[in-house]
Design a protein around this ligand. Structure first.
Ligand code: PDD
Length: 285
């Protein structure tokens, strides 16, 4: 019997089921899910699972793809079509599909809904329960590996959306000690009043930007004064210039931070110069 998945209004064999490559779940992990136990073909603790799903949706300002009642029907129909008696039903809701861009899609973009169901091997689970299981301890590192260019970008999406709602292009993320780490999708830089370029060192708490590394080569070549160190938000407020770097915008001057003008409020000479010269240093293949 082929397994059947519910995907956005249709029941489809697993082999053919899929969401768009533009789905926010695929692009940004911008999605939430629930797993509900099924015993004797009946849902276990459905009310609590659906309450948690609603909470997750609310926390992320994500629309419901279906009413709770309709979702209950879809879950049961998926269980029925897969002849699940004892197992689990899986529900994933994403913020829908849109050309890849960090901020939320326009209002009215339908959320995506995927529902699958499968039987458990009850004998195996019971045998395991009879013996008990082992655990090992390890540091809780969910998700601190920001030096890896992973698509676990939901926090970045939320930061970028908040920035856009405040009329800003980018969010600068700040660590617990008040130091800027990086942009939601870019590397953060300032130029101090004394004309020293400053950006955070690569110590695992920022993504090692490719554009950053090319700009550093350019800085060395042009003999500009440079310090690789963390800088605080206050230092950024007081900076002569600020800018961000990323593959999608090379060097982009920042003229306002938290509503305050940076320097004289116009793109600075250093940032503009680096922007002008960037592609003379970059490699073309
Ligand atoms: N973002 N930091 C983060 C969190 C990023 O997502 C990016 C790039 C950078 C800059 O890296 P690079 O210079 O290699 O592009 C720093 C890309 C552009 C994006 O997600 O669209």
């Amino acid at each position: 019997m082929s397994r059947i998945a519910y995907v956005n209004g249709r029941y489809i064999p697993h082999a053919e089921a899929g969401v768009s490559i533009d789905d926010r779940g695929f692009q940004f992990a911008d999605s939430v899910y629930e797993v509900c136990e099924v015993i004797g073909g009946r849902l276990v603790d459905e009310r609590r699972h659906m309450a948690r799903l609603q909470r997750s949706l609310d926390r992320l300002a994500m629309a419901r793809p279906l009413t709770e009642r309709a979702m209950a029907v879809v879950m049961r129909e998926t269980i029925r079509r897969n002849r699940v008696t004892d197992g689990v039903v899986y529900v994933q809701v994403s913020r829908g599909q849109m050309r890849r861009d960090f901020p939320f899609p326009p209002d009215g973009t339908p959320a995506s809904l995927v529902v699958t169901a499968r039987n458990n091997d009850l004998a195996k689970i019971e045998a395991r329960a009879a013996k008990g299981v082992a655990v090992v301890t390890m540091p809780d590192e969910r998700w601190r590996h920001v030096d890896i260019k992973s698509v676990a970008l939901l926090p970045n999406v939320l930061a970028k959306q908040a920035a856009r709602e405040q009329g800003a292009q980018e969010a600068w993320l700040v660590d617990a000690k008040g130091y800027v780490t990086e942009g939601a999708s870019s590397t953060a830089w300032i130029v101090t009043r004394d004309g020293v370029l400053v950006t955070r060192p690569l110590k695992g708490d920022i993504l090692p930007g490719v554009t950053r590394s090319v700009v550093l080569d350019l800085v060395a070549k042009q003999g500009l004064r440079f310090e690789e160190r963390a800088f605080t938000v206050d230092e950024a407020y007081a900076a002569r210039e600020a800018f961000i770097t990323s593959a999608s915008q090379s060097v982009m001057p920042v003229t306002q931070i938290d509503g305050r003008p940076v320097g004289n409020g116009a793109p600075g000479l250093t940032a503009s110069g680096l922007r002008r010269d960037y592609h003379s240093q970059a490699e073309f293949t």
